[in-house]
Ligand binder design. Structure first.
Ligand SMILES: C[S@@+](CC[C@H](N)C(=O)[O-])C[C@H]1O[C@@H](n2cnc3c(N)ncnc32)[C@H](O)[C@@H]1O
Length: 417
């Protein structure tokens, strides 16, 4: 049977997003085939058709296109020769369409892309179809998911996703885009925010939960819950989360945010259990082996408004290393064997430009954790165009997340208890 082939646009942190795909797609029966074909683009071959509600689970996927064919050159006639997206319209239709082009530096310029869009529009006019197109912003060659969503292009028209990859041009018809408005609402409109202790972006929290869970996972613990970013994503995915934080105000914030989400989501979500307490004493609050997985962004040190001195940076690293060692030991006690553990650590530069990290690998191994390659069976990872050293770290279970303008880089450790 010919499998369904999808072109997946991954978010900015390609390896983190690819790891999420590897994790969730490995649950499919029979297994999917995954292949990196261009920067930010993963090709997925799946025997069953993958429905929109499947893609709704993801935090790191930006758009999904159903592959409709391959062409040697990216031309208007080449695109229009493919069955599907454009061929289903008839004379008298009014449509809106778009084209997003992915690949390495040798893809056509924005000017060429616009001239191609105009040629397609002319061909539609010749067929009696009234059309308008949307072009990417500035010098970009990719429409944002908000542009695609707000134009209603996927209902009243179509978008081609064109990828210049390992075997010429693969063309897809976009069939799903990320829920950019839901993510932004959860990020900016939740009632309680605590920028001082840091808040995880919903996309990252969602990816972390997905990296920790398996098809049978029900219970999740976040022992440093803060204002509840991880809990919110966990209940949206139908898990039963437990929240712990040393600070009573944080516990109240998490509760308020999750209660707000219950109303906002307009569907019944699982109920969160809250406990105030210290993560280094978890065994006093929870039964041994009570959680299927643990996902947490622990205390990351004092807020960094500017770089610390080298001596201060070393002190912070020592304090955090001690805290993380203790907490990892506690997590092993309350998590069932084989349960997924996703744990964030920071790295930052000092005033002299030295990078300071809190390496968790040895501590975790000594505490009995195992790590498997989060990139799993993705073929040709080098086609993402990411430096080999970063890929090597990712394969050891350390995935990087950084944001422009932030002093702090987050390292997402993916382990098994
Ligand atoms: C980086 S914040 C977590 C932010 C959270 N991920 C969010 O999105 O809102 C760390 C949290 O750990 C809590 N904390 C610090 N030390 C703790 C400890 N020993 N045990 C439990 N919670 C602690 C702080 O009160 C803070 O709320």
């Amino acid at each position: 049977m010919v499998p369904h082939t999808y072109l997946i646009e991954l978010g900015r942190e390609t390896l983190l997003c690819a790891a999420e795909c590897a994790r969730l797609l490995q649950w499919q029966e029979p297994a999917c085939r995954l292949e990196a074909i261009a920067p930010h683009v993963l090709l997925v071959e799946s025997e069953p058709e993958l429905q929109p509600d499947f893609w709704d689970m993801f935090g790191g996927v930006v758009r999904v296109a159903r592959c409709i064919g391959k062409i040697q050159e990216l031309t208007a006639d080449g695109l229009l020769s493919l069955e599907d997206s454009a061929s289903r319209f008839e004379s008298g239709n009014r449509i809106v369409f778009g084209l997003s082009v992915f690949g390495d530096k040798n893809i056509p310029s924005k000017e060429l892309l616009v001239s191609l869009l105009n040629q397609v529009k002319d061909r539609f006019r010749e067929r009696g179809i009234s059309s308008r197109y949307l072009e990417p912003r500035g010098k970009e060659t990719v429409l944002t998911s908000a542009q695609v969503g707000e134009s209603r292009m996927l209902d009243a028209g179509f978008e081609w996703t064109a990828v210049k990859g390992r075997e010429g041009w693969r063309i897809g018809s976009t069939c799903w885009i990320q829920d950019y408005s839901g993510q932004s609402t959860r990020d900016y409109q939740r009632p309680r925010a605590d920028p001082r202790s840091g808040m995880l972006p919903p996309k990252l929290a969602r990816i972390m939960v997905n990296l920790a869970r398996g098809p049978q996972t029900r219970t999740l613990l976040d022992p440093f819950c803060g204002s509840g970013g991880i809990l919110m994503e966990a209940i949206l995915l139908g898990l039963d989360p437990t929240a712990l934080d040393r600070d009573l105000e944080a516990v109240k914030s998490a509760r308020e945010n999750c209660d707000w989400l219950q109303k906002y989501a307009k569907r019944k979500l699982p109920v969160v259990r809250y406990t105030q307490g210290d993560a280094t004493e978890m065994r006093h609050y929870f039964e041994p082996l009570s959680f299927d997985c643990v996902v947490t962004e622990p205390y990351l040190g004092p807020p960094l408004t500017r770089e610390p001195s080298p001596a201060r940076a070393k002190q912070v690293v020592r304090e955090l290393s001690d805290l993380y060692r203790e907490v990892l030991a506690e997590i092993r006690i309350v998590t069932r064997p084989g349960g997924g553990v996703v744990f964030v650590t920071p790295s930052f530069r000092d005033t002299e430009g030295n990078e300071h990290a809190i390496p968790l690998g040895l501590t975790a191994r000594l505490a009995g954790y195992r790590s498997s390659d989060p990139l799993g069976n993705i073929a040709y990872v080098e086609w993402f165009g990411i430096p080999a050293e970063i890929v090597k770290q990712a394969r050891r279970g350390m995935l990087r997340y950084s944001r422009q303008g932030q002093h702090l880089t987050r390292w997402i450790y993916v382990m098994e208890s």
